[in-house]
Write a protein that binds this ligand. Structure first.
Ligand SMILES: Nc1ncnc2c1ncn2[C@@H]1O[C@H](COP(=O)(O)OP(=O)(O)OP(=O)(O)O)[C@@H](O)[C@H]1O
Length: 264
């Protein structure tokens, strides 16, 4: 039996009269790269927000790593090992790269200079040093050490996205939610980001759940794909099987044959 890190059961979400999600169920195997695709307005971001706790579905249940998280707040889900990045950048533009990443880290720290009265002589300082070492490891992994002291707001878009990923990784997540990690990137930046996502999945063992519009990337790096359409799950499974599905091809992705062949 597959070990699922995430189980979404019969989730429905409406905004007033608009049904964003209707009775959506799926499971994400532990250690997988799982992509959610579908046309604009299909409910992808709504689904991600239900998983992270930003939205509370009117019906259904969500289990993460053996816990029923349906009623938990986003911070409590983060404490259980759920990390995320946002579609729109959410970095502190005036702060350095290093400080931005340390922000992601703070909820793991028992002590800090505010709570530790004798900070410089206390375990708080040792703890901070240990955290810094781990953060430096993430910085090396994402190859952003040359900008670690730079002000985040001054970086290129591709680099800022990488810093955002670093901050999410600093939480030591078991699973990470990525909302369009390659949006607005050029080809080279996309290739880099795809490699980092694969590496963080393989080297750090982090399960990845992502929304992505670029079919080439989705096909290249996903172990499983789920298609949403008008708030309903159309199909999920092996990327090749999903992409070969006639409904997905014609009606829902709206791609021409050539694009599909390219993606395949
Ligand atoms: N906060 C909200 N208030 C009202 N309606 C919303 C809200 N968020 C989403 N919706 C509606 O729910 C539906 C699903 O939207 P959602 O953003 O989840 O789709 P999506 O697949 O992520 O789209 P896109 O690819 O354009 O980002 C849409 O009809 C949208 O207008």
């Amino acid at each position: 039996m597959t070990d699922s890190i995430l189980k979404v059961e019969h989730v429905s979400l409406a905004f007033g009269g608009v049904k964003a999600l209707t009775d959506v169920s799926f499971e994400v195997p532990r250690g997988a790269v799982f992509s959610i695709i579908g046309p604009n307005g299909a409910g992808k971001t709504s689904m991600l927000n239900c998983i992270s706790g930003r939205y509370r579905p009117q019906a259904g249940a969500i289990h993460f790593d053996g816990h029923d998280v349906t009623r938990l707040r986003p911070n409590d889900r983060a404490d259980l090992g759920m990390g995320r990045t946002f579609q729109n950048l959410a970095l502190f533009g005036h702060m350095s790269v290093l400080d931005n990443i340390m922000v992601g880290r703070h909820h793991l720290m028992k002590n800090n200079w505010l709570t530790g009265p004798l900070y410089w002589f206390s375990p708080a300082q040792k703890e901070e040093l240990a955290h810094r070492r781990e953060v430096e490891e993430i910085i090396d992994f994402l190859e952003i050490s040359h900008v670690r002291k730079a002000v985040a707001g001054n970086l290129s878009y591709g680099l800022r996205k990488r810093v955002e990923l670093a901050r999410a990784m600093a939480l030591k997540p078991k699973m990470i939610l990525l909302d369009e990690p390659m949006a607005g990137m050029n080809l080279e930046e996309k290739e880099d980001m795809a490699r980092y996502i694969l590496d963080l999945n393989e080297e750090f063992g982090i399960t990845v759940v992502m929304i992505e519009h670029d079919m080439g990337v989705v096909m290249d790096i996903s172990h499983e794909v789920m298609v949403l359409d008008f708030g309903k799950k159309l199909i999920s499974g092996d990327p090749d099987v999903v992409m070969a599905d006639e409904h997905v091809k014609r009606a829902y992705l709206g791609l021409e044959d050539e694009q599909l062949q390219e993606a395949g």
